[in-house]
Ligand binder design. Structure first.
Ligand SMILES: NC(=O)c1ccc[n+]([C@@H]2O[C@H](COP(=O)([O-])OP(=O)(O)OC[C@H]3O[C@@H](n4cnc5c(N)ncnc54)[C@H](OP(=O)(O)O)[C@@H]3O)[C@@H](O)[C@H]2O)c1
Length: 325
Protein backbone atom coordinates (compact mmCIF):
# COMPACT_ATOMS: atom_id res chain seq x y z
CA UNK A 1 0.00 0.00 0.00
CA UNK A 2 0.93 3.67 -0.30
CA UNK A 3 0.80 5.56 3.00
CA UNK A 4 1.90 8.58 4.99
CA UNK A 5 4.34 7.76 7.82
CA UNK A 6 5.49 9.92 10.73
CA UNK A 7 9.14 9.06 11.42
CA UNK A 8 9.05 10.95 14.74
CA UNK A 9 7.44 14.03 16.29
CA UNK A 10 7.97 17.52 14.96
CA UNK A 11 7.22 19.57 11.85
CA UNK A 12 6.85 18.41 8.26
CA UNK A 13 10.43 17.05 8.28
CA UNK A 14 9.02 13.91 9.99
CA UNK A 15 6.50 13.30 7.18
CA UNK A 16 7.44 10.46 4.84
CA UNK A 17 5.46 8.94 1.94
CA UNK A 18 6.14 5.21 1.72
CA UNK A 19 5.16 1.89 0.13
CA UNK A 20 4.41 -0.84 2.69
CA UNK A 21 2.74 -4.28 2.65
CA UNK A 22 -1.07 -4.12 2.65
CA UNK A 23 -2.73 -4.46 6.07
CA UNK A 24 -4.09 -7.94 6.88
CA UNK A 25 -7.89 -8.10 6.86
CA UNK A 26 -9.04 -9.57 10.23
CA UNK A 27 -12.05 -11.88 10.60
CA UNK A 28 -14.33 -9.01 11.69
CA UNK A 29 -12.84 -6.46 9.31
CA UNK A 30 -13.14 -5.27 5.73
CA UNK A 31 -10.11 -4.14 3.74
CA UNK A 32 -10.86 -0.92 1.88
CA UNK A 33 -9.10 0.38 -1.22
CA UNK A 34 -9.21 4.17 -0.96
CA UNK A 35 -8.59 6.51 -3.90
CA UNK A 36 -8.58 9.56 -1.60
CA UNK A 37 -8.04 10.16 2.13
CA UNK A 38 -9.22 13.03 4.32
CA UNK A 39 -6.86 15.02 6.56
CA UNK A 40 -7.87 16.26 9.99
CA UNK A 41 -6.57 18.58 12.69
CA UNK A 42 -5.69 15.47 14.69
CA UNK A 43 -3.16 14.46 12.01
CA UNK A 44 -1.33 17.74 12.63
CA UNK A 45 -1.48 17.24 16.43
CA UNK A 46 -0.17 13.67 16.04
CA UNK A 47 2.71 14.87 13.85
CA UNK A 48 3.55 17.48 16.51
CA UNK A 49 3.73 14.67 19.10
CA UNK A 50 0.61 15.73 21.03
CA UNK A 51 -1.97 13.14 19.99
CA UNK A 52 -0.71 9.55 19.73
CA UNK A 53 -2.87 6.85 18.14
CA UNK A 54 -4.94 4.86 20.67
CA UNK A 55 -3.75 1.30 21.46
CA UNK A 56 -4.45 -1.22 18.70
CA UNK A 57 -3.96 1.23 15.81
CA UNK A 58 -0.85 1.89 13.69
CA UNK A 59 1.36 4.19 15.76
CA UNK A 60 3.20 5.79 12.83
CA UNK A 61 0.53 6.04 10.09
CA UNK A 62 -1.86 8.93 10.83
CA UNK A 63 -5.44 9.27 9.58
CA UNK A 64 -8.82 9.02 11.30
CA UNK A 65 -11.15 8.05 8.48
CA UNK A 66 -11.59 5.90 5.41
CA UNK A 67 -13.76 5.94 2.29
CA UNK A 68 -13.44 3.68 -0.72
CA UNK A 69 -14.19 0.27 -2.22
CA UNK A 70 -14.25 -3.00 -0.25
CA UNK A 71 -11.41 -5.20 -1.55
CA UNK A 72 -11.61 -8.06 0.97
CA UNK A 73 -14.19 -9.22 3.53
CA UNK A 74 -13.28 -10.92 6.84
CA UNK A 75 -14.49 -14.48 7.49
CA UNK A 76 -17.04 -13.47 10.17
CA UNK A 77 -18.39 -10.37 8.39
CA UNK A 78 -21.96 -10.27 7.08
CA UNK A 79 -23.57 -7.50 5.01
CA UNK A 80 -20.51 -6.51 2.96
CA UNK A 81 -19.31 -7.75 -0.43
CA UNK A 82 -16.20 -7.10 -2.47
CA UNK A 83 -16.90 -4.03 -4.64
CA UNK A 84 -19.26 -2.30 -2.16
CA UNK A 85 -18.41 1.28 -1.34
CA UNK A 86 -17.91 2.10 2.35
CA UNK A 87 -17.01 5.04 4.59
CA UNK A 88 -16.29 5.25 8.29
CA UNK A 89 -13.85 5.83 11.13
CA UNK A 90 -10.51 4.35 12.18
CA UNK A 91 -8.32 5.13 15.21
CA UNK A 92 -5.23 5.51 12.98
CA UNK A 93 -3.82 4.33 9.67
CA UNK A 94 -6.29 6.25 7.51
CA UNK A 95 -3.73 8.16 5.41
CA UNK A 96 -3.18 5.12 3.21
CA UNK A 97 -4.71 3.63 0.08
CA UNK A 98 -5.45 0.33 1.88
CA UNK A 99 -7.15 0.40 5.29
CA UNK A 100 -8.43 -2.52 7.39
CA UNK A 101 -11.36 -1.50 9.59
CA UNK A 102 -13.94 -3.23 11.82
CA UNK A 103 -16.93 -3.92 9.56
CA UNK A 104 -19.31 -2.15 11.97
CA UNK A 105 -17.26 1.06 11.83
CA UNK A 106 -18.17 1.61 8.18
CA UNK A 107 -21.51 2.07 6.45
CA UNK A 108 -22.72 2.02 2.87
CA UNK A 109 -22.16 5.17 0.80
CA UNK A 110 -24.76 7.20 -1.15
CA UNK A 111 -24.43 6.38 -4.87
CA UNK A 112 -24.74 10.10 -5.73
CA UNK A 113 -21.22 10.88 -4.48
CA UNK A 114 -17.98 10.13 -6.36
CA UNK A 115 -14.71 8.69 -4.98
CA UNK A 116 -13.28 12.12 -4.20
CA UNK A 117 -16.43 13.41 -2.52
CA UNK A 118 -16.88 10.43 -0.20
CA UNK A 119 -13.41 10.99 1.26
CA UNK A 120 -14.51 14.42 2.53
CA UNK A 121 -17.37 13.09 4.65
CA UNK A 122 -16.82 10.56 7.47
CA UNK A 123 -14.82 12.25 10.25
CA UNK A 124 -16.23 15.75 9.94
CA UNK A 125 -19.89 14.83 9.37
CA UNK A 126 -19.92 12.13 12.07
CA UNK A 127 -18.23 14.53 14.54
CA UNK A 128 -20.66 17.34 13.72
CA UNK A 129 -23.75 15.10 13.80
CA UNK A 130 -22.70 13.43 17.05
CA UNK A 131 -21.99 16.75 18.84
CA UNK A 132 -24.83 18.89 17.51
CA UNK A 133 -27.68 16.42 16.99
CA UNK A 134 -27.00 13.41 19.26
CA UNK A 135 -25.33 15.08 22.25
CA UNK A 136 -26.58 18.71 22.20
CA UNK A 137 -30.02 17.64 20.93
CA UNK A 138 -30.47 20.53 18.47
CA UNK A 139 -34.17 20.97 17.69
CA UNK A 140 -35.94 22.62 14.72
CA UNK A 141 -36.38 26.34 15.31
CA UNK A 142 -33.42 26.61 17.69
CA UNK A 143 -30.35 28.77 17.00
CA UNK A 144 -27.06 26.97 16.30
CA UNK A 145 -23.81 28.97 16.45
CA UNK A 146 -20.80 27.34 14.73
CA UNK A 147 -17.25 28.63 15.19
CA UNK A 148 -14.69 27.78 12.50
CA UNK A 149 -17.77 27.29 10.32
CA UNK A 150 -15.94 27.30 6.97
CA UNK A 151 -13.61 24.44 7.97
CA UNK A 152 -14.17 20.70 7.77
CA UNK A 153 -16.33 20.04 10.86
CA UNK A 154 -17.84 23.53 10.65
CA UNK A 155 -19.06 23.15 7.07
CA UNK A 156 -20.67 19.83 8.03
CA UNK A 157 -22.28 21.28 11.17
CA UNK A 158 -23.72 24.27 9.31
CA UNK A 159 -25.34 22.00 6.72
CA UNK A 160 -26.67 19.57 9.36
CA UNK A 161 -28.10 22.47 11.38
CA UNK A 162 -29.86 23.93 8.34
CA UNK A 163 -31.18 20.48 7.34
CA UNK A 164 -32.54 19.94 10.88
CA UNK A 165 -34.52 23.18 10.62
CA UNK A 166 -32.36 25.31 12.94
CA UNK A 167 -31.37 28.93 12.38
CA UNK A 168 -27.61 28.71 11.89
CA UNK A 169 -24.99 31.41 12.49
CA UNK A 170 -21.46 30.60 11.27
CA UNK A 171 -18.24 32.46 12.15
CA UNK A 172 -15.27 32.83 9.82
CA UNK A 173 -12.33 35.24 9.84
CA UNK A 174 -12.20 35.55 6.05
CA UNK A 175 -14.61 36.75 3.37
CA UNK A 176 -14.35 33.60 1.23
CA UNK A 177 -15.33 31.51 4.26
CA UNK A 178 -18.29 33.76 5.01
CA UNK A 179 -19.48 33.58 1.38
CA UNK A 180 -19.38 29.77 1.57
CA UNK A 181 -21.25 29.71 4.92
CA UNK A 182 -23.98 31.95 3.48
CA UNK A 183 -24.21 29.60 0.48
CA UNK A 184 -24.98 26.68 2.83
CA UNK A 185 -28.00 28.58 4.19
CA UNK A 186 -26.59 30.16 7.36
CA UNK A 187 -25.97 33.73 8.46
CA UNK A 188 -22.23 34.31 8.18
CA UNK A 189 -20.46 36.66 10.60
CA UNK A 190 -16.88 37.86 11.10
CA UNK A 191 -14.83 36.71 14.08
CA UNK A 192 -14.37 40.37 15.07
CA UNK A 193 -17.05 41.28 17.64
CA UNK A 194 -18.94 38.01 17.16
CA UNK A 195 -20.65 37.80 20.63
CA UNK A 196 -22.33 41.18 20.18
CA UNK A 197 -23.36 40.24 16.63
CA UNK A 198 -24.89 36.94 17.79
CA UNK A 199 -26.92 38.76 20.47
CA UNK A 200 -28.00 41.34 17.91
CA UNK A 201 -29.08 38.66 15.39
CA UNK A 202 -31.06 36.75 18.04
CA UNK A 203 -32.76 39.79 19.59
CA UNK A 204 -30.68 39.37 22.77
CA UNK A 205 -31.75 35.74 23.27
CA UNK A 206 -28.49 34.06 22.21
CA UNK A 207 -27.72 30.66 20.70
CA UNK A 208 -29.33 27.44 21.95
CA UNK A 209 -26.45 25.26 20.77
CA UNK A 210 -22.85 26.41 20.24
CA UNK A 211 -20.29 24.24 18.46
CA UNK A 212 -16.87 25.39 19.66
CA UNK A 213 -14.24 24.34 17.11
CA UNK A 214 -11.63 27.04 17.84
CA UNK A 215 -11.11 26.77 21.59
CA UNK A 216 -10.47 28.67 24.81
CA UNK A 217 -10.35 32.30 23.55
CA UNK A 218 -13.97 31.98 22.39
CA UNK A 219 -15.44 30.45 25.54
CA UNK A 220 -16.12 33.65 27.58
CA UNK A 221 -18.00 34.98 24.53
CA UNK A 222 -19.83 31.66 24.20
CA UNK A 223 -21.09 31.97 27.80
CA UNK A 224 -22.00 35.61 27.15
CA UNK A 225 -24.20 34.75 24.17
CA UNK A 226 -25.57 31.30 25.03
CA UNK A 227 -29.36 31.16 25.47
CA UNK A 228 -31.09 29.96 28.63
CA UNK A 229 -30.74 26.17 28.85
CA UNK A 230 -28.22 26.37 26.01
CA UNK A 231 -25.67 23.64 25.26
CA UNK A 232 -22.02 24.46 24.54
CA UNK A 233 -20.12 21.61 22.81
CA UNK A 234 -16.32 21.82 23.08
CA UNK A 235 -14.96 19.87 20.10
CA UNK A 236 -11.81 21.75 18.98
CA UNK A 237 -9.17 23.54 21.06
CA UNK A 238 -6.62 24.52 18.41
CA UNK A 239 -6.46 28.12 19.71
CA UNK A 240 -5.99 27.09 23.36
CA UNK A 241 -7.45 24.94 26.11
CA UNK A 242 -7.33 27.01 29.33
CA UNK A 243 -10.00 29.56 30.15
CA UNK A 244 -11.52 31.53 33.05
CA UNK A 245 -15.29 31.08 33.21
CA UNK A 246 -18.01 33.33 34.62
CA UNK A 247 -19.79 30.56 36.52
CA UNK A 248 -22.59 32.89 37.65
CA UNK A 249 -23.62 33.43 34.01
CA UNK A 250 -23.55 29.68 33.43
CA UNK A 251 -25.76 29.10 36.50
CA UNK A 252 -28.18 31.90 35.73
CA UNK A 253 -28.66 30.61 32.23
CA UNK A 254 -28.82 26.97 33.41
CA UNK A 255 -26.48 26.23 30.50
CA UNK A 256 -24.56 23.00 29.91
CA UNK A 257 -20.91 22.78 28.78
CA UNK A 258 -19.65 19.42 27.53
CA UNK A 259 -16.54 18.20 25.79
CA UNK A 260 -16.30 15.32 23.35
CA UNK A 261 -13.88 13.31 21.20
CA UNK A 262 -14.54 10.49 18.75
CA UNK A 263 -11.14 8.88 18.25
CA UNK A 264 -10.57 7.10 21.54
CA UNK A 265 -14.17 6.02 22.18
CA UNK A 266 -14.80 2.37 22.95
CA UNK A 267 -15.79 0.39 19.84
CA UNK A 268 -19.48 0.10 20.84
CA UNK A 269 -19.86 3.87 21.32
CA UNK A 270 -18.09 4.57 18.04
CA UNK A 271 -20.40 2.17 16.21
CA UNK A 272 -23.37 3.90 17.84
CA UNK A 273 -22.23 7.35 16.57
CA UNK A 274 -21.65 5.96 13.06
CA UNK A 275 -25.04 4.20 12.99
CA UNK A 276 -26.90 7.34 14.07
CA UNK A 277 -25.05 9.36 11.43
CA UNK A 278 -25.96 6.76 8.80
CA UNK A 279 -29.65 6.69 9.79
CA UNK A 280 -30.13 10.47 9.97
CA UNK A 281 -27.62 11.90 7.49
CA UNK A 282 -27.71 9.14 4.82
CA UNK A 283 -31.14 10.23 3.50
CA UNK A 284 -30.04 13.90 3.59
CA UNK A 285 -27.00 13.06 1.41
CA UNK A 286 -29.26 11.07 -0.94
CA UNK A 287 -31.57 14.08 -1.23
CA UNK A 288 -28.67 16.48 -1.90
CA UNK A 289 -29.34 18.43 1.30
CA UNK A 290 -25.90 17.55 2.67
CA UNK A 291 -22.84 17.89 0.45
CA UNK A 292 -19.13 17.26 0.93
CA UNK A 293 -17.04 20.44 0.84
CA UNK A 294 -13.52 20.06 -0.58
CA UNK A 295 -10.88 22.74 -0.18
CA UNK A 296 -8.18 20.99 -2.19
CA UNK A 297 -6.78 17.52 -2.97
CA UNK A 298 -2.97 17.05 -2.93
CA UNK A 299 -1.09 14.15 -4.59
CA UNK A 300 -0.42 11.59 -1.82
CA UNK A 301 3.34 12.06 -2.04
CA UNK A 302 2.88 15.78 -1.29
CA UNK A 303 1.43 15.00 2.15
CA UNK A 304 3.67 17.58 3.84
CA UNK A 305 2.13 20.33 1.67
CA UNK A 306 -1.34 19.00 2.49
CA UNK A 307 -0.57 19.16 6.23
CA UNK A 308 0.74 22.72 5.78
CA UNK A 309 -2.54 23.63 4.05
CA UNK A 310 -4.45 21.98 6.91
CA UNK A 311 -2.61 24.21 9.40
CA UNK A 312 -2.87 27.40 7.36
CA UNK A 313 -5.59 30.05 7.26
CA UNK A 314 -8.28 30.54 4.62
CA UNK A 315 -9.52 26.99 4.00
CA UNK A 316 -13.06 26.16 2.93
CA UNK A 317 -13.92 22.54 3.70
CA UNK A 318 -11.70 19.45 3.65
CA UNK A 319 -8.12 18.90 2.59
CA UNK A 320 -7.64 15.53 0.84
CA UNK A 321 -4.80 13.27 -0.30
CA UNK A 322 -5.15 11.81 -3.79
CA UNK A 323 -3.88 8.23 -4.15
CA UNK A 324 -5.43 7.83 -7.60
CA UNK A 325 -3.17 10.22 -9.54
N1 LIG B 1 -13.33 16.19 19.34
C1 LIG B 1 -13.33 15.49 18.20
O1 LIG B 1 -13.70 14.32 18.14
C2 LIG B 1 -12.88 16.19 16.95
C3 LIG B 1 -13.14 15.63 15.69
C4 LIG B 1 -12.75 16.33 14.55
C5 LIG B 1 -12.10 17.55 14.68
N2 LIG B 1 -11.82 18.03 15.92
C6 LIG B 1 -11.14 19.33 16.10
O2 LIG B 1 -12.06 20.35 15.75
C7 LIG B 1 -11.37 21.45 15.19
C8 LIG B 1 -11.96 21.75 13.81
O3 LIG B 1 -11.65 20.68 12.95
P1 LIG B 1 -11.71 20.90 11.38
O4 LIG B 1 -11.39 19.62 10.73
O5 LIG B 1 -12.98 21.58 11.04
O6 LIG B 1 -10.50 21.93 11.19
P2 LIG B 1 -10.36 23.07 10.11
O7 LIG B 1 -10.88 22.59 8.81
O8 LIG B 1 -8.97 23.56 10.22
O9 LIG B 1 -11.38 24.22 10.59
C9 LIG B 1 -11.20 24.96 11.75
C10 LIG B 1 -11.51 26.42 11.44
O10 LIG B 1 -11.42 27.19 12.64
C11 LIG B 1 -10.92 28.47 12.36
N3 LIG B 1 -9.73 28.66 13.19
C12 LIG B 1 -8.65 27.86 13.28
N4 LIG B 1 -7.76 28.34 14.15
C13 LIG B 1 -8.27 29.47 14.61
C14 LIG B 1 -7.81 30.43 15.55
N5 LIG B 1 -6.63 30.31 16.16
N6 LIG B 1 -8.60 31.48 15.82
C15 LIG B 1 -9.78 31.61 15.21
N7 LIG B 1 -10.27 30.73 14.31
C16 LIG B 1 -9.51 29.66 14.02
C17 LIG B 1 -10.54 28.51 10.89
O11 LIG B 1 -11.60 29.11 10.19
P3 LIG B 1 -11.49 30.58 9.52
O12 LIG B 1 -10.10 30.71 9.01
O13 LIG B 1 -12.54 30.48 8.45
O14 LIG B 1 -11.83 31.56 10.59
C18 LIG B 1 -10.47 27.05 10.51
O15 LIG B 1 -10.81 26.83 9.17
C19 LIG B 1 -9.90 21.05 15.15
O16 LIG B 1 -9.26 21.59 16.31
C20 LIG B 1 -9.93 19.54 15.22
O17 LIG B 1 -8.76 19.00 15.77
C21 LIG B 1 -12.21 17.38 17.05
Amino acid sequence: MRCVVYTGAGGNEVVSCEERPDPVCGDEEVLIHAAFAGLNGADVSQRNGHYPAPPGWPADIPGLEVAGVVQEVGAKVRGWQVGDRAWGLVGGGGLADRVAVHASCVTHVPSRLDAREIAAVPEVFITAHDAVASQAGLRPGEVLLVHGAAGGVGSAAVQIGVALGATVIGVSRHAEGRDAIAGWGATAIDAEGWPERVLELTGGRGADVILELVGAPNVPGDIQCIARRGRLAIVGIGAGQKVELALRDLMTKRATVFGTTLRARPLGEKIDAISRFHAECGPLFDAGRLNPVIDRAFPWNEAADALARMEGPGKVGKVLLDFAS
